[in-house]
Each structure stands twice: as C-alpha cells, then as structure tokens.
Design a protein around this ligand. Structure first.
Ligand code: GA4
Length: 329
C-alpha cells in the first residue's frame, strides 16, 4: 500500500457539493486521421478549451513502458522516494503542489524534458541507474510533443493563421521550456465517510503553457469546468489523450480560445496514474495576440516573454487567475 507523508487528510481541500457526478458525454472527440479535424479542433478550443484525441501517432509501447516505470517508482518505500524531493521545482513531490501552500491528495515526479537539467535531476531522483526511466520519459515525451505539434499545426490551418507554424515552432524550438509530470493519486478509503464533498487530488487551475497533453489509466477523477462554471467529470480513457488549452494559447488567440480550468478528485478505491506533457515556449519566447487573428479587434493582453509569465505564475496559488495581471485595462 502506498503511504503519503504528512500533512494529514484534515488539512487537504475538499470540493463542496460535488457528490460523484455522472460522466459527461459531450467531451469533443477528435479523430486525428480525419480531414475535417482541424475545424473540429478549433470549435473544441473555443467551446471547452479541452478535447480528446484518438488515432494518434504515439506508440503503445512507449505508453506501457512509461506506465510500468512509474508504477515501479511510486510503489517504492516513501523514504526512498523522499530522497528525490522536495520539488524545487523539479523532483519528487508529495501532497505539496508548487511553492505557495497548495495541497492535494497526490504524489508526483516533475521533470524537464530533453535538457541538461533533466539529466542531473534524473540522476538525483532515480539514484545511480536512472537510465531506464529517463529513456521511458524521453521516448514518451518526444512522441507526445510530435503529436502536440501536429495538433497545433491543424489549429493553425483551422484558424487560417499566417505565417503558419507560429504555435508549433515555439514547441519545436531547441530551447522550448516544456515540462513533464507523472501524478499518482493513491486510493483514499477515508473519503467514503464524507457525505457531501470529495477530497481534492489536484486543485482547480489552468495550465500556464501553450498546450498540455494528458493521459491517464482507467481511473476517473479528472473534471473540467464549463463556460457556465459547472464542473463535469471526464470519463477516463487510457487509449486516448486529452488536450488542454493553456493560458499562453488563450493570449495568442486574443481570448478566442479559453484555457480550461480543471481539477482531479481523489478516489476511495482505485489508484489513478496520469502523465502530462506541458508544451511551453522558450523562456525568451514572446507571447502576444497574433495580428492575423485580430483584424479590427483590440488586443486584450499586454505583450510578455514566457519567463515573465512563468515567474509571475510561481508567485500565485494554484486556483488563481494568473492572466488578470497581463490583461489590458
Ligand atoms: C499548474 C500546471 C502544471 O502542473 C505546473 C504547475 C506548477 C507546479 O506544480 O510547479 C504550479 C502551477 C502549475 C501554476 C501556479 C504555480 C506553479 C504550482 C503553482 C502553485 C507544473 C505549471 O507549469 O503550473
């Protein structure tokens, strides 16, 4: 059994009035092999900032390998996992999310992909022989990044943006600040005693980057917030990927796309494992509404460099609206 370290469950956040809801069956489903997907992706980004993709190019063996390495790591003794923490921001984290006091019923590994920092961090997280998990993360992350770029290129076509590749080139840049996390939500039997609320696994937030790609095992928990503020439960699907619009894409589309607010609820019986690739721009990458999307419109946001937004994000709490500081008044 996996034991999470302190703080105790009483100190973790609860989501009120959210008895396990039935699944929402309206999550847009995009078949990447179909010619009309570019328009459906645009529609999904406008309506939900969220969609599910099937017929993707990520090899199943990369997914299974990473999942088995993650299970191995999370089932090791807490004392051993703790040697790899705390996350600063990279490393092993347990209940504490970010530097500003956010807590959740989750343990995780957070790493940079494809970089020197990542090499050193893997060695300190996974001890003397970090190569197997490092290879599993890098193979998986490269395949997912390729898919994320294909999706961004479809979006560019759907939006009729010039010049093309304006989003995907930020992720393809050798200095792209893309990061990766493996989240493990152990079952929490105590929550069966709560009558009118759920325990928060990962609190509500939006992702600061351009696009995030999530895959999970078959355990439920992920919820997204609709435009009207209602939370809906996303049916898990280990064979598909879920795509989130991030804050930076919201800015580049001048608010036409909205970054999706999402959260994860803890499960009383089953363990949930998810892997998320966050596709970000290079630190000095410029984030501003694209001129070709603004014909006749005023820009809603101040122009900024990604490192400025990231620095500001790390001063916020998870649930904060981080973009308000960058809105034009
Ligand atoms: C939310 C999305 C990603 O998980 C993340 C998170 C980051 C962290 O866990 O270190 C942050 C959070 C996320 C946004 C606000 C700050 C930073 C925790 C936090 C309180 C890795 C990211 O990029 O931003």
């Amino acid at each position: 059994m996996v034991v999470l370290s302190k703080p105790a469950i009483e100190h973790l956040s609860k989501a009120n009035n959210c008895k396990p809801t039935s699944f929402f069956n309206g999550v847009p489903l995009i078949d990447l092999s179909k010619p009309d997907s570019k328009n459906l992706i645009v529609k999904a980004c406008e309506e939900f900032g969220f969609f599910k993709v099937v017929n993707h190019s990520v090899p199943t063996e990369f997914i299974t390998k990473l999942e088995s390495e993650a299970i191995n790591f999370f089932s090791s003794p807490l004392s051993q996992k703790e040697k790899a923490g705390p996350p600063d921001p990279f490393g092993y984290g347990n209940k504490q999310i970010g530097p500003n006091g956010d807590l959740g019923w989750v343990e995780y590994i957070f790493v940079a992909t494809d970089s020197e920092i990542s090499y050193h961090k893997f060695s300190s997280i996974f001890g003397v022989n970090p190569e197997t998990i490092r290879t599993a993360v890098n193979d998986y992350a490269s395949a997912v990044k390729k898919m994320a770029c294909e999706i961004l290129e479809m979006l560019e076509e759907g939006l009729k943006i010039h010049p093309r590749n304006v989003f995907s080139k930020l992720l393809m840049d050798a200095k792209s600040d893309s990061v990766f996390r493996l989240n493990h939500y152990p079952p929490c039997p105590e929550i069966q005693q709560f009558s009118d609320h759920n325990l928060i696994g990962f609190g509500e937030h939006t992702d600061p980057q351009i696009i995030s790609v999530l895959r999970s095992n078959n355990t439920c928990g992920l919820q997204i917030s609709l435009k009207n503020g209602h939370w809906i439960s996303v049916p898990p699907d280990p064979n598909s990927f879920f795509i989130n619009v991030g804050d930076s894409l919201q800015v580049m589309t001048n608010g036409r796309f909205k970054s999706v607010r999402h959260r994860v609820l803890a499960n009383s019986v089953k363990s949930r494992l998810s892997t998320i690739y966050f596709g970000g721009p290079p630190l000095r990458g410029k984030i501003a509404p694209l001129a070709s999307l603004m014909e006749g419109e005023e820009s809603l946001y101040k122009e900024f460099k990604w490192f400025e937004y990231k620095k500001s994000a790390y001063k916020t709490r998870l649930a904060d609206n981080r973009l308000v500081l960058f809105e034009k008044i």
